[in-house]
Ligand binder design. Structure first.
Ligand SMILES: [Cu+2]
Length: 166
């Protein structure tokens, strides 16, 4: 090995050592431990929905007896990715309409506004929460502003649909 190669070799070793020390220094602070609020892994919890916002979409009424203006069906087999899931995929209702969400699948599903679990607005506008297999839930639209809302299933985020409020 010539002198140049030795210098390069030692240089690479040196860079490696420096990177190691820097990494150790930075990352040794990171494991989330009680009292350490500076971890880069820290994620503040999303603000809790206000009582009014959450009550507006919660099903206070018995889905079996309520008169719904529209029905959104979760089809059997929807939990398998690629299968038809929500029917219709795009549902349009008038503001104030009551939507009955029928889960025909034996597996629990939700209808939750948002593009997916990482959407910051997820579940802030409407959320049926878990609808057990064969059961139904009621979505009230009275307090939802007119617009087009993407929704998904929190259990199977590949299940997606659109709700339009006119
Ligand atoms: Cu689902």
């Amino acid at each position: 090995m010539g002198l140049n190669e030795k210098i390069i070799f030692l240089g690479i070793l040196g860079v490696g050592a420096i990177v190691g020390v820097i990494s150790y220094t930075i990352f040794s602070d990171l494991p989330p431990t009680p009292g350490n609020t500076k971890s880069i892994y820290r994620q503040d919890l999303p603000p809790q929905p206000t009582a009014q916002a959450s009550s507006s979409t919660e099903s206070k009424v018995d889905p079996a007896t309520v008169k719904a203006d529209a029905t959104l069906t979760i089809l059997e087999g929807a939990s398998t990715q690629g299968n038809p899931d929500y029917d219709p995929k795009e549902l349009t209702v008038k503001k104030g309409n009551v939507i009955k969400v029928e889960n025909l699948d034996p597996i629990p599903h939700t209808v939750t506004n948002g593009a997916g679990p990482n959407d910051q607005n997820s579940a802030k506008i409407f959320d049926t929460s878990l609808i057990m297999g064969g059961e139904s839930a009621i979505l009230q639209t009275e307090e939802i502003n007119a617009g087009e809302y993407a929704y998904y299933c929190t259990v199977h985020p590949y299940m997606t649909g659109t709700l339009k409020i006119e």
